[in-house]
Write a protein that binds this ligand. Structure first.
Ligand code: DNO
Length: 388
């Protein structure tokens, strides 16, 4: 693995000098100041890359150049936004970036229901509870048609959850779903959210697929020209929520995308925490099938409760994702390519030691460092045993 570290730019509580001590050489970053749809100016990209270089590191992965909602819907100025996207790609490639992570989830980026789940030892992780999402959808948002989107058992549980919840629980749920996670572009009020959801009714799943593949084929010449690769991030959770279409949730979706977009420069971010949000996804089989098109990895692990509620694991190595088997696939693919694959330890527990360093949820220093160290140990052991 070519270990990377996500850095949130000048607002990040960690300095590049501190990040360097983790031993990584590659930085994952973005021009956070730029809004979706804007072209990233060359001088700004260069300044960020130089800043990283001065710290003895390289900015090689962008996460993310967000795709404007108009491109997803084919509304408004979407053609101009696609042109701007191409400009951004050319500019990041000119400054040393090799791969670009992005997603095509309508309205919301990744979604959690609780960012402060406290484990017995006091450390904090994030949780996704599908019944809380259903409760929020049906009883708080009152989205038209929401009830028919859930099966009877889910509705019964959602009702229980809602009736038991205190005003503070309800506020936490609304805040957590509609704002504040890294990657989320806008904080939305429930009314704004509903209005945006409504607009996707005209797009539907088939429309969204068309728009994604069209977008990718349109930017492919820039990729072929510059050598950049595109690494789409899977939907999180990997199934439709709030009646919004989802088109990159599993192997079937990935297969369709590969058929529609023949260039191998158009590929994937293998995010185990996102794919792992469905018990039906087999991350190892997915890696094996799409190995050639995996340009970036996010590795972490999940733990499921009996009823399908999941939270982040104590360890990146144990839980729903078979991390040793997955790492072995990665090492084999690296051998085939003769090149390492960009990978960042994704999220980590928040420990007491990090309590005075405010960070984005999931992005504590020590938590990620523990994850990275576990993955390094696993890699080293597998390389030695398998002679890779
Ligand atoms: C969360 C991240 C996501 C990711 C975007 C990529 O921790 O993995 O926010 O950056 O979905 O576009």
């Amino acid at each position: 693995m070519r270990a990377c570290w996500r850095w949130f730019g000048d607002g990040d509580p960690l300095s590049l000098a501190e990040i360097r001590q983790t031993g990584v050489k590659d930085i994952v970053a973005a021009l956070y100041e730029r809004k979706p749809g804007e072209a990233w100016p060359l001088d700004e990209v260069r300044a960020r890359a130089e800043k990283v270089r001065e710290a003895g590191l390289e900015w090689t992965v962008v996460e993310s150049i967000p795709v404007h909602e108009d491109i997803k819907k084919h509304t408004g100025d979407w053609r101009r936004f696609v042109e701007n996207y191409k400009t951004s790609l050319r500019n990041v490639a000119a400054c040393g970036v090799k791969t670009v992570c992005y997603n095509f989830m309508p309205v919301l980026d990744w979604t959690r229901t609780d960012v402060k789940t406290r484990l017995d030892d006091g450390s904090v992780v994030m949780t996704y509870n599908p019944y809380e999402v259903a409760a929020f959808d049906v009883f708080a948002l009152k989205r038209p048609g929401a009830e028919s989107a859930y099966d009877e058992a889910t509705l019964v549980k959602a009702k229980e959850v809602w009736e038991k919840s205190t005003p503070a629980d309800r506020e936490r749920l609304e805040k957590t779903i509609l704002m504040g996670l890294p990657g989320t572009v806008d904080d939305l009020s429930p009314e704004e959210f509903l209005a945006q959801v409504r607009e996707y009714a005209n797009v539907g799943e088939a429309g969204l697929r068309d728009h994604l593949y069209g977008f990718l084929n349109e930017i492919t010449p820039v990729l072929e020209d510059t050598g950049l690769t595109m690494a789409i991030h899977p939907d999180d959770p990997p199934y439709p929520i709030f009646g919004l279409p989802r088109i990159l949730s599993n192997a079937a979706d990935m297969r369709i995308m590969c058929e529609a977009c023949p260039s191998e420069k158009v590929g994937f971010t293998l995010c185990t925490g996102s794919l792992g949000g469905s018990l039906a996804n087999d991350e190892v089989a997915i890696f094996r099938e799409f190995a050639r098109r995996i340009h970036f990895c996010h590795f972490r692990n999940l733990v499921y409760a009996q009823d399908g509620v999941f939270r982040e694991s104590e360890s990146h190595l144990t839980g729903k994702v078979d991390m040793p088997a997955l790492m072995l696939e990665l090492l084999r693919e690296e051998k085939r390519r003769g090149e390492r694959i960009f990978l960042r330890p994704d999220h980590g527990r928040q420990f007491y030691i990090d309590k005075d360093r405010p960070c984005y949820w999931g992005y504590s220093f020590v938590g990620r460092m523990v994850g990275l160290s576990e993955l390094r140990g696993l890699e080293c052991g597998l390389r030695s045993v398998y002679g890779l």
